[in-house]
Design a protein around this ligand. Structure first.
Ligand SMILES: [Mn+2]
Length: 353
């Protein structure tokens, strides 16, 4: 029995991104999900497990119709779907009465239930969120019936407001596989037994690292799994080092080069570090060469010639200040305090002239 485990697709989300990506990103989430369904079709995957938060918010009726069209093209795969805390089954949710044309099986209650796929030799246990928050540890009480048939638990949450669980208590229940959702970073809790698939595409600038899905197989009572990187983009936090004589244009070029090397399809948060020419101010609003930078943090410090400044200011406050940091080493907290203090004093002095 071959399965694909995915979660947290967050269709309908509008992730932040550089100016030229903002408009495209919501469509990319849909495209990525469609690509995943194509994989199911190509590989003739038996089960597609969608462990909550397929939508970022309550799905619109037309969105369910679009989705159902994609599902209805599957000739082999059975889709098992649950609602998570983002797309929870509100009383007015279109999920509740939707008549799927495609091979879709959805958990439609917060009361735990079991679906049996006899021909695949597997039972799937789970539930759907009917509220945004659930603080009871519901999953720890769902016992699989063991009768020569494989069992899988779908579990969305894990933090204190979203069905908390203790990893070892869940493992003790004896499932062949526990498919987790809610945490966006792909995470292994127990090898071949229990995983957060992570979000299919990163949906926030802090969702760094590779994103994708879990591909698994249960055969002769043994489960094997593999993480498959799949996302069309990655959020990357990247540091770029300033130089003591680097101008703003050179910095812009250095950032552009670093982005080309890491991949222009990715979305970046750039942190500028090191010491810069004290005369230079980096205009970080103008450094987004490819439209894929979400944020630039300028943490550079001005590289003053302290010996020269000390001589020029012998006997005044600035001179004494520099003298008091005589022992400060490069990049230490003291050297940062020194640079900031000197900058403040020079600016104050400049404004009086
Ligand atoms: Mn969630």
């Amino acid at each position: 029995m071959k399965f694909i485990h995915t979660a947290d697709i967050h269709l309908g989300a509008e992730p932040d991104a550089g100016s030229s990506y903002t408009a495209k990103r919501p469509e990319e989430l849909w495209n990525s999900f469609e690509r995943l369904l194509n994989i199911c079709e190509e590989e003739q995957t038996d089960l597609l497990l969608i462990v909550g938060d397929l939508f970022h918010r309550q799905p619109l009726l037309r969105e369910l119709k679009e989705l159902d069209y994609l599902f209805s093209r599957l000739t082999h795969t059975q889709v098992v779907l649950m609602a998570g805390n983002h797309d929870y089954l509100k009383s007015t949710s279109y999920y509740r009465n939707y008549k799927w044309q495609g091979p879709v099986h959805m958990f439609l209650s917060q009361k735990p239930a079991c679906m049996e796929f006899k021909e695949l030799g597997v039972r799937i246990y789970g539930l759907s969120y009917e509220e945004r928050e659930i603080t009871e540890p519901l999953y720890e009480k769902i016992l699989p019936e063991k009768r020569g048939i494989a069992s899988i638990l779908l579990a969305h949450g894990g933090d204190e407001k979203h069905i908390p669980f203790r990893k070892n208590e869940l493992l003790k229940l004896g499932y062949d596989y526990i498919a987790l959702g809610h945490i966006h970073l792909p995470t292994e809790l127990a090898k071949d037994r229990m995983y957060y698939a992570g979000s299919l595409e990163p949906t926030d600038k802090n969702d760094t690292g590779k994103h994708g899905y879990i591909k698994g197989e249960i055969k002769n009572g043994r489960t094997r799994t593999e993480f498959i990187p799949f996302a069309s983009r990655e959020y990357v936090h990247m540091e770029v080092e300033a130089g003591r004589e680097m101008t703003g244009r050179e910095m812009k070029e250095k950032i552009a080069l670093a982005i080309r090397e890491r991949g222009i399809q990715n979305i970046y948060k750039i942190i500028l570090r090191g010491f810069r020419d004290p005369d230079m101010i980096y205009d970080t609003d103008r450094m987004d060469s490819y439209g894929n930078i979400v944020e630039i943090l300028d943490e550079t410090k001005p590289a003053y010639d302290y010996e020269k400044l000390k001589k020029q200011n012998a006997g005044n406050l600035l001179g004494w200040y520099i003298e008091s940091f005589a022992e400060a080493k490069d990049d230490s907290v003291e050297s940062i305090a020194l640079a900031e203090g000197v900058q403040a004093m020079l600016e104050a002095k400049g404004s009086k002239l």
